[in-house]
Design a protein around this ligand. Sequence first.
Ligand SMILES: Nc1ncnc2c1ncn2[C@@H]1O[C@H](COP(=O)(O)OP(=O)(O)OP(=O)(O)O)[C@@H](O)[C@H]1O
Length: 288
Amino acid sequence: MIKLNHVQKKYPDFSMDCSLTVYPGMITGLIGANGEGKSTTFKLILGLIGKEAGEMEVLGKKRECSNDGKQPEKEILQQTGVVLAETGFGSYFTIHDIIPFLEDLYPEFEKDKFLQYCEEYKLPMNKKIKEFSTGMKRKLQIFAAITHKAKLLLLDEPTSGLDVVAREQMLTLLREYMETEGRAILISSHLSGDLETFCDDIYLIQKGTITFHEEMDRLLDAYGLLKVSDEVYKKMDKSHIICRKKENFGWSCLTDQKAYYQMHNPEIVIEKGSVDELILLMAGGERI
Ligand SMILES: Nc1ncnc2c1ncn2[C@@H]1O[C@H](COP(=O)(O)OP(=O)(O)OP(=O)(O)O)[C@@H](O)[C@H]1O
């Protein structure tokens, strides 16, 4: 669905060199702290900004280098559902006002379904979108993204600004979207529990580069956090430790072979660790 191979983009203070793949049938998560390049990745995929080098394929089509400021190709827009930081809708419009635009842009726009979501989740139909709360704007973007039979959703922090209940509701709608075969989602988030139960595949982006990639099942099954004293650390086999971090008590170590240590070092406490904890260690620890 998407293949980026060393796609490069340079800003005065930022350099991106990003490689990732999004497969059909899968939800792929892009995790990163503020300013690490998540939005830039989405803009490159959509053609909102041009890449300077590297290969990029989106929905089976190679995309060449282009100039910044270009409008995304209509074909790509029609086949994708997009949630970006900005609403993308003229803020002086109401929901009723934007329906003709959605009908015009998306040949397969499912108006009834869209209106049903707006009603069910209580979006005000006659209020200007600029007067919507952040959460209302997010919901509106998500409803527009999932109601035109898009093959691919590009969701840049779609849950930011949503309360816990709304977040779960929106993730449920996105799971329902994925029930149709052949669809895919690329979704970004800051470190947050959001993606733990949602994604099949996870990428960590740091300073514009992918520094970690793993299938979520493997991350949850095989990875673990070893918390050991200096003494134990000195003696233990470190061949399956990916990274380490000095702590007051000794060392926190991340392994991708939890079972190895469970078998060979039963005395060591191995925490399962949330995805956030594992990735935080990956991001802040020292690779070995
Ligand atoms: N138009 C631009 N001109 C110059 N620098 C830019 C531009 N757009 C983004 N950047 C820089 O590129 C870097 C990555 O920004 P990006 O918006 O992709 O980060 P992000 O991971 O989405 O962050 P956040 O979580 O805060 O949204 C930042 O250092 C940002 O200042």
